[in-house]
Write a protein that binds this ligand. Structure first.
Ligand code: FAD
Ligand code: NAD
Length: 471
């Protein structure tokens, strides 16, 4: 049993944060073990998050498009039928392919994969309750906590993953519900709400705030997104709070209250999706045995080099500070290993893109207009609508726009906000520009291929420092 010797690094959690750190550590020549209890690598993201949701988003979009958007393209289709079981199978094929791929990468990079639940015995030793039964322990010169997050429950509703569900249940419903209520108009609510709305459910999103998409989304873009989602059939109740729930009857009933003091209302649905955020997951870890602390929101407390109170124990990903995003976890994983191996590492937290994979997609990086206003930072704006972009026109997919915010003195890009086809891919260009400290003129003078959607990005930059040509 190789796990009795002391490792250079023991990682608890094989999600994006943990598995990327494990591979990187292997590449750096560290003797590394990764403990994962799920029975599969890849964590939330690969098993019940990013990957299965994008599979369902892609295929439900295709289905919806075939139903509603073929005639004007000169395509006549006959009977279109949903085979939900097959759609779920396609999702599972993507997931299994990717999780198995990580197992292969573990072998390739000499990572020991321990299938079980880890908990601290003391500062240097981890007990593992093995999935196959029995127990082992493993010692590490360094330890990395990467145990991720879980859905925040809604008080008074019991999650059964059938009628009252989290995103996990929403990824595996056995039939399309007639009526679905989504509590929370954040990214999960809108992505999973889109999926089931496209497949035929009547979806109502109840959001506490007055805008959808969460606080990072630029308000102007958020309003456009809401309008377009409404056109697709998703209903919204903004500024509305769910007060209580009752799941004892045939349908699930929710008491909602307008935040503006309107009269209370009762809504009912076959399925209620609770999507009010995620919280750090540390249960069963016995952090106290290593003398470690969590803050008031349950996040493991770390310094700027990911060190906990015990400097050889580091922590990254959803279980600690920062946005709960897979690519953020991945950046931290590489940086944490570099700290361990070389003594230095770096993540630029000001330049982490966000993408909502609805149709159209919404993507952004850097600061939004309301944040700049709040901080009294002066800015200029350039926009370009996809309705004036040749490629979007040929694709008959012209909803949305690119919006850039730049420093009026230096012309340096401060933020970019895109709603439109392929926004999630296009935001990489803005991210690179921001990381390199580009001005909008730098972007506008960079030749972009024609006809591409990316020309809308270039023209928004032109509109920021000068004038767009095509609008
Ligand atoms: P996790 O992925 O949660 O991994 C932690 C792992 O640790 C888990 O596998 C868990 O089983 C294991 N673990 C916990 N405790 C122990 C223990 N004691 N012993 C052993 N193992 C343990 N992010 C994006 O960037 N893009 C997206 O499109 C996106 N879509 C999402 C869609 C959904 C529906 C959800 C829920 C999330 C989505 N996210 C997305 C967020 C993304 O999944 C997370 O940010 C990411 O998974 C965080 O990685 P992590 O490694 O920190 O945590
Ligand atoms: P979120 O924090 O993005 O959104 C939750 C929303 O629920 C907020 O808008 C909040 O105002 C609202 N809310 C909270 N309590 C409420 C109540 N009682 N009644 C009505 N509304 C209420 O959280 P999420 O959508 O659950 O997502 C969780 C995490 O997963 C996020 O960090 C997100 O970034 C990540 N994620 C990312 C992607 C992606 O990158 N495409 C996809 C899915 C999830």
């Amino acid at each position: 049993d190789g796990s009795t010797e002391e490792k250079d690094l023991v990682i608890i959690g094989g999600g994006v944060a943990g598995y990327v750190a494990a591979i990187k550590a292997g590449q750096e020549g560290l003797k590394v073990a990764c403990i994962e209890k799920r029975g599969a690598l890849g964590g939330t993201c690969l098993n019940v998050g990013c990957i299965p949701s994008k599979s369902l988003l892609n295929n439900s979009h295709l289905y919806h498009q075939i139903l509603h958007d073929t005639k004007n393209r000169g395509i006549e289709v006959g009977d279109v039928k949903l085979n939900l079981e097959a759609m779920m199978k396609a999702k599972e094929t993507s997931v299994t392919g990717l999780t198995k791929g990580i197992e292969f990468l573990f072998k390739k990079n000499g990572v020991e994969y321990i299938k079980g639940t880890g908990s601290f015995i003391n500062e240097h030793e981890i007990k593992v309750a093995l999935n196959e039964g029995g127990e082992t322990s493993v010692k590490g010169k360094n330890i990395l906590i990467a145990t991720g997050s879980e859905a925040t429950p809604f008080p008074g509703l019991e999650i059964d993953e059938k009628r009252v569900i989290t995103s996990t249940g929403a990824l595996s419903l056995e039939k399309v519900p007639e009526k679905m209520i989504v509590i929370g108009g954040g990214i999960i609510g809108l992505e999973m709400g889109s999926v089931w709305s496209r497949l035929g459910a009547k979806v109502t999103v109840v959001e506490f705030l007055n805008q959808i998409g969460g606080p990072g989304m630029d308000t102007e873009i958020s309003k456009q997104a809401q309008k377009l989602l409404k056109k697709q059939g998703v209903e919204f109740k903004l500024g509305t709070k769910v007060v209580s729930g009752d799941q004892s009857g045939e349908t699930v009933k929710l008491e909602v209250d307008s935040a503006k003091g309107g009269k209370p209302e009762t809504l009912d649905a076959d399925v209620v999706l609770v999507a009010i955020g995620r919280r750090p997951y540390t249960s069963g870890l016995a952090l106290e045995n290593a003398g470690l602390e969590v803050d008031e929101r349950g996040r493991v407390v770390i310094d700027s080099e990911y060190r906990t109170k015990a400097s050889h124990i580091r922590c990254i990903g959803d279980v600690t500070f920062g946005p709960m995003l897979a690519h953020k976890a991945e950046e931290e994983a590489v940086a944490a290993i570099e700290y361990i191996k070389k003594g230095y590492g770096h993540v630029n937290y000001g330049v982490i893109p966000s993408v909502m994979y609805t149709h159209p997609e919404v993507a952004w990086v850097g600061q939004n207009e309301q944040e700049l206003k709040e901080k009294n930072i002066p800015y200029k704006i350039g926009t370009f609508p996809f309705s004036a972009n040749s490629r979007a026109k040929t694709n008959l997919d012209t909803d949305g726009m690119v919006k850039m915010l730049a420093d009026p003195e230096t012309d340096r890009l401060l933020g970019c906000h895109i709603i439109g086809p392929n926004a999630g891919e296009m935001i990489a260009e803005a991210t690179l520009a921001l990381e390199y400290g580009a001005s909008t003129e730098d972007i506008a003078r960079t030749c972009h291929a024609h006809p591409t959607l990316a020309e809308a990005f270039k023209e928004a930059a032109m509109a920021t420092y000068s004038k767009a040509i095509h609008f």
